[in-house]
Design a protein around this ligand. Structure first.
Ligand code: ZN
Ligand code: ZN
Length: 398
């Protein structure tokens, strides 16, 4: 049984504040896009090596894995996952540590995640006598394009040793610093991209009766698709169908042959996903047929599953969070229809994915993730470091 309390760990994390902030700001100044995290990965690998970790680099192109064993008897292998990539955004925040990589910005907080991951790695290494088993740190590339987790898994990150539990986290700029959101069950959605092609028959815009208009048909399809969530999904359940792109035609007086649309569906439960797909297919085929066109619906073959928290682990993290920031500052109901490829790790090993408030205490100053004005409060760094370390220690009890 480890004896370190969360208060002690918070004191240690607070003592590391300057280092956490400097590390985060350094990553912020030098952001790197998906699968290009060469500098970031280099720093991570070097730091893990200095801390006594066995380091593997180039896992899933630019991913880094660090392994360390506790001094206690062998127990769980805990996977701790932190993402490292930035976004193709021009930073609009004027800070001394503004992005120096033109057109690339840490606008989701993965700079903070990487710094926090190194902070947790340091504390676990410092307290090896307090735990048993193996801590497997996974510094993941390319979360923003939902590709890094898969690439690391393909390179064997879930083997040798195979993790039995997983922990991960995300800062949230939309929740005040000093709060924690830890939800049992699904916390982020399953996502699947789709495309719809509507084929008609082109004609002169002045003679629509000679053609079969795929644009008018696409319009009917888009409108009818809005009824799936509002009329078919049980009101207390969640689902999304979004069409985000539509292309057809070139000039105003020609009816084209083809309209192509692209979109995404989101859900927490597989029954809802099945329902969305079934209704979409029926609507698309039925409307196209009624309009004497044809339509094809295709789903991406690589969907992202929902990010699902194991209820027991979520409860453990929540209790640690309550001890750290006070029960009133811990929420258990934060769900978003955003998707996250950490889902793959949580599918392989029961785990918990926690959100750490990193926004201003003044809600009117909150800036969403992926905004060129994205900012975080750096007090979130020691909070996250203490919370993740304590939760890791609880899972790696001697
Ligand atoms: Zn993001
Ligand atoms: Zn993110």
């Amino acid at each position: 049984m480890n004896t370190l309390t969360i208060e002690q760990l918070k004191t240690e994390a607070d003592a590391m504040r300057e280092q956490l902030v400097n590390t985060r700001r350094d990553f912020h100044m030098h952001p790197e896009l998906a699968f290009q995290e060469v500098r970031t990965a280099g720093i991570v690998a070097q730091r893990l090596g200095e801390l006594g970790y066995e380091v593997q680099t180039g896992v899933g192109k630019t991913g880094v894995v660090g392994l360390i064993e506790g001094n206690g008897s062998v127990g769980e292998t805990l996977l701790l996952r932190f993402d490292m990539d930035a976004l193709p955004i021009i930073e609009a925040v004027d800070v001394p540590f503004k992005s120096q990589n033109a057109g690339v910005m840490h606008a989701c907080g993965h700079d903070a995640h990487t710094a926090i991951g190194l902070g947790v790695a340091e504390l676990l290494a410092r307290h090896r006598d307090q735990w048993g088993g193996i801590a497997k740190f996974v510094f993941q590339p390319a979360e923003e394009i939902i590709a890094g987790a898969k690439a690391m898994i393909q390179d064997g990150v879930l083997e040798n040793p195979k993790p039995s539990r997983a922990l991960s986290m995300h800062v949230s700029s939309m929740e005040p610093v000093g709060t924690v959101q830890m939800t049992s069950g699904p916390t982020m959605a399953a996502a699947q991209a789709f495309s719809i092609s509507v084929t008609g028959r082109g004609a002169h815009g002045a003679s629509p009766h000679q053609g079969r208009d795929p644009i008018a048909t696409a319009a009917l399809i888009i409108n009818a698709l809005q009824t799936v969530v509002s009329r078919n999904v049980e009101p207390l359940k969640a689902g999304v169908i979004t069409i985000g792109a539509i292309h057809g035609g070139t000039v105003g007086n020609v009816i084209p042959d083809l309209v192509e649309m692209k979109g995404t569906i989101r859900s927490f439960e597989s029954e809802i996903e099945v329902l969305l797909k079934k209704r979409m297919q029926a609507i698309i085929t039925g409307i196209a047929e009624s309009m004497e066109c044809s339509a094809e619906l295709t789903f991406d073959v690589n969907p992202t599953p929902a990010t699902v928290n194991n209820p027991e682990l979520a409860e453990m993290v929540r209790n640690n969070a309550k001890a750290l920031v006070g029960p009133a500052n811990v929420r258990d109901d934060r769900r978003t229809m955003g998707a996250e490829d950490c889902a793959w790790f949580l599918q392989a090993a029961p785990g918990a994915y926690v959100f750490i408030g990193a926004g201003s205490s003044d809600e009117s100053k909150h800036v969403p993730h992926h905004s060129p004005r994205f900012v975080i409060e750096e007090d979130s760094l020691p909070i996250a470091t203490a919370l993740v370390t304590k939760s890791a220690l609880d899972l790696l009890k001697k």
